[in-house]
Ligand binder design. Structure first.
Ligand code: 3HC
Length: 292
């Protein structure tokens, strides 16, 4: 089993695009796949912009940036993923979609048992995804693992490595090694709702919405208190906008269901903003308003 040469990244949004970028800057080939050509075009432009900025800041030479960009191929053809020897899925957080995808990927790599099928899910059970892979090809579930990156991917050092019930030791160890090769710090967690990151982060964000709803302080003060008093780079409400308020509600729902505890219910204030279409940065308005 040789070193990973090419990572197939499923989904070219913010997370998938970031993963493809750091693969390429670490010397690994990346196949960025998305069903939407517009998303691929946007992703390519962002890669060019971010690499250009890295050259301006003298973090890499123009030749290095060009070589990294040359390592990424962008495709809307699912079959092109067969050229990869490692998959990282970063599609939308929808179990039905992920189930179908992992069954298909398991079929694609049925004869290549060294190909790991990783998912960047932030909340869906790795065990459930592995079970879907097993349906595509018996035994493929042992090659499914959680590889949870953080936004912005090129900046955040962590990869949370999550093992499902079926995940083999070898796959976990190889995932840790690949994350290190990509310049990240891998830390392991087991497959419980929210893993560690969102189990701890999301209730704090949710509590900030309660503090706002109950009039404890205005959003600017809540965020300022957490930034200046607790050294958080962003306040919890600004961070909620950055993550997406709909995503925050979704993760709270997963925690409430998975941990079977009402204390994880999403705050009504958070849900209300989502109902009003205020989703955060991506809609231009969440807790705070953002210029176009
Ligand atoms: N892509 C690439 N690089 C980016 C970037 C992006 N989207 N956004 C910022 N950067 C880079 C900048 O280029 C800059 O690089 P430089 O030092 O080389 O110039 C560096 O990050 C710092 O950026 P800025 O100076 O513009 O701004 P800040 O110093 O305010 O940092 C931040 C921005 C890194 C986003 C910082 O505010 C931060 O760390 N925020 C917290 C982010 C966080 O908590 N992320 C986790 C979210 S939870 C998650 O992802 C899990 C999911 O399951 C919900």
């Amino acid at each position: 089993m040789g070193e990973v040469q090419t990572i197939g990244v499923v989904g070219s949004g913010q997370m998938g695009g970031g993963i493809a970028q750091i693969a390429a800057t670490s010397g690994i080939g990346a196949i960025a796949f998305d069903v939407h050509q517009t998303s691929l075009d946007k992703c390519r432009k962002l890669h060019e912009k971010l690499m250009g900025r890295a050259v301006e800041k003298e973090r890499m030479t123009r030749d290095e940036a060009d070589a990294a960009l040359g390592r990424i191929t962008y495709t809307a053809n699912f079959d092109d993923l067969a050229g990869a020897d490692w998959i990282i899925e970063a599609a939308v957080e929808d179990m039905k979609l992920k189930g179908e995808l992992f069954a298909q990927l398991a079929g694609m790599f049925d004869k290549r048992e060294d190909v790991v099928l990783a998912t960047n899910t932030s909340s869906i059970s790795i065990t459930e995804i592995a079970t879907a892979a097993d349906k595509g090809a018996a035994g493929a579930g042992s090659r499914v693992v959680g590889m949870h990156f953080f936004n912005p991917v090129p900046v955040m050092k962590l990869v949370e490595v999550i093992r499902g019930l079926q995940t083999s030791d070898d796959v976990v160890n190889r995932t840790v090694a690949l994350a290190e090769r990509m310049g990240k710090v891998p830390l392991r967690a087991n497959d419980r709702a929210g893993f560690v990151s969102n189990r701890v982060l999301m209730p704090m964000i949710n509590e900030a919405f309660y503090a706002w709803m109950e009039g404890v302080a205005e959003p600017e003060a809540i965020d300022g208190i957490m930034k200046l008093g607790c050294a958080h780079p962003m306040g919890p409400l600004r961070l909620a906008d950055f993550i997406g308020l709909d995503t925050c509600v979704h993760i709270m729902d997963v925690l409430a269901e998975g941990l079977n505890n009402e204390r994880y219910r999403a705050c009504p204030k958070l849900k209300q903003l989502v109902m009003a279409g205020r989703l955060g940065d991506k809609s231009g308005h969440g807790v705070f308003e953002y210029g176009k």
